[in-house]
Design a protein around this ligand. Structure first.
Ligand SMILES: Nc1ncnc2c1ncn2[C@@H]1O[C@H](COP(=O)(O)OP(=O)(O)OP(=O)(O)O)[C@@H](O)[C@H]1O
Ligand SMILES: [Mg+2]
Length: 332
């Protein structure tokens, strides 16, 4: 089976279910918002949440995708930076429990974490992130041998803020013969790195994943299909995801609309990361483009049914069976 290496922010989600909105008010966090906090505030919030009781789940976009490709059975590796602390070790060992081969670099700051406040009857989520050591990862950390033996290299768009790191990473990945994919992550990342990202996609990237707002920011086209066609002009495969309305995939002369798979959605977290994992797994098997989009959709439909990014075992089993049937049908 083909292998995949991912690079991204090594972030641990620190989840706490709060009885009321008091802590949100105390730290000036608007309900449902996502804010960056400094170390002091981050530590203070963490201590306050610990008193209530917290759950630790390794997260970060590329890390989620790579965990998922590992569960699919692809030999999977991850490069990220943690701090010299317990939280970092927890991130590393949690990834390894999923079979991921980690290259964890160690920085000087505390390990990155995303504190998630879960409040109210609808389990509304409010985020306070401390990036810490994750942001210390730089081009000098990378070594060609990290890339050797991998067939795919997947980048999370959040890292594009560190242009020198990504420039070096894609050069090493190309030298190692990897197919390169990127998930654009967020429209503001796309907006603030426009020229760099265009150059990156045109020169290095083979597969682009973007949602509706990211594809619009990247191409300046209002319509997702127009965006799809524009992106597909710059690389081998373009994917534009439109949430519950499904996705569009295009490569060369081939273009497909893929409906979303039926689901009982409770929490959209991880849909994009999981879709990418299913798509890349199928691509690595040499399946047709349409099947890649379908397998991405099958697994993404399972993650929206659970709270958080980790699909439970029954849902994994069900999805793998469905994917097996799809592949068997293709093989006649
Ligand atoms: N409610 C849903 N029901 C079924 N499938 C869904 C649902 N929401 C999303 N999906 C699937 O997940 C895919 C990716 O979702 P989405 O378009 O939200 O990506 P994204 O914005 O990158 O997600 P994320 O917020 O995780 O980064 C969709 O193309 C679809 O196949
Ligand atoms: Mg996304």
């Amino acid at each position: 089976m083909k292998s995949i290496l991912g690079i991204g922010n090594a972030l641990t989600d620190v989840l706490a279910i709060l009885p009321d909105g008091e802590l949100l008010r105390k730290y000036h966090l608007p309900l449902g918002s996502m804010q960056h906090v400094d170390k002091e505030t981050g530590d203070e919030i963490w201590a306050a949440l610990k008193e209530i009781g917290v759950q630790y789940v390794p997260g970060g976009s590329a890390a989620n995708t790579i965990t998922c490709t590992s569960i699919f059975g692809m030999p999977s590796g991850f490069i990220g930076k943690i701090g010299p602390d317990e939280l970092g070790q927890l991130f590393k060992s949690s990834m390894e429990q999923y079979g991921v081969r980690t290259t964890m670099l160690t920085g000087t700051k505390g390990s990155g974490r995303c504190m998630v406040f879960i409040t109210g009857a609808n389990a509304e989520r409010t985020f306070a992130s401390y990036m810490g050591a994750a942001l210390e990862m730089g081009p000098d950390d990378l070594k060609p041998e990290y890339f050797e033996g991998y067939d795919y290299f997947h980048i999370e768009g959040y890292l594009v803020q560190n242009q020198d790191l990504i420039a070096k990473a894609v050069q090493m990945a190309k030298a190692a013969g990897c197919i390169i994919s990127i998930d654009m992550a967020s429209y503001n990342v796309v907006q603030s790195n426009d020229a760099f990202l265009h150059n990156l996609v045109e020169k290095y990237v083979d597969i682009v994943f973007a949602n509706e707002t990211e594809s619009k920011a990247f191409t300046k086209c209002d319509d997702p299909v127009a965006s799809l066609r524009e992106i597909a002009r710059m690389c081998d495969v373009a994917v534009v995801k439109v949430g519950k309305d499904g996705s569009w995939v295009k490569g060369g002369d081939e273009e497909h609309y893929i409906p979303a798979w039926p689901a009982n959605p409770v929490d959209g977290t991880g849909a994009g990361d999981t879709y990418a994992a299913g798509f890349l797994y199928a691509h690595s098997l040499g399946l047709p483009l349409k099947a890649c989009g379908e397998i991405g959709s099958i697994i993404a439909a399972r993650v929206v049914e659970v709270v958080g990014t980790k699909i439970d075992i029954p849902r994994w089993r069900e999805a793998k069976l469905e994917i097996r049937e799809l592949i068997d049908k293709l093989n006649g």
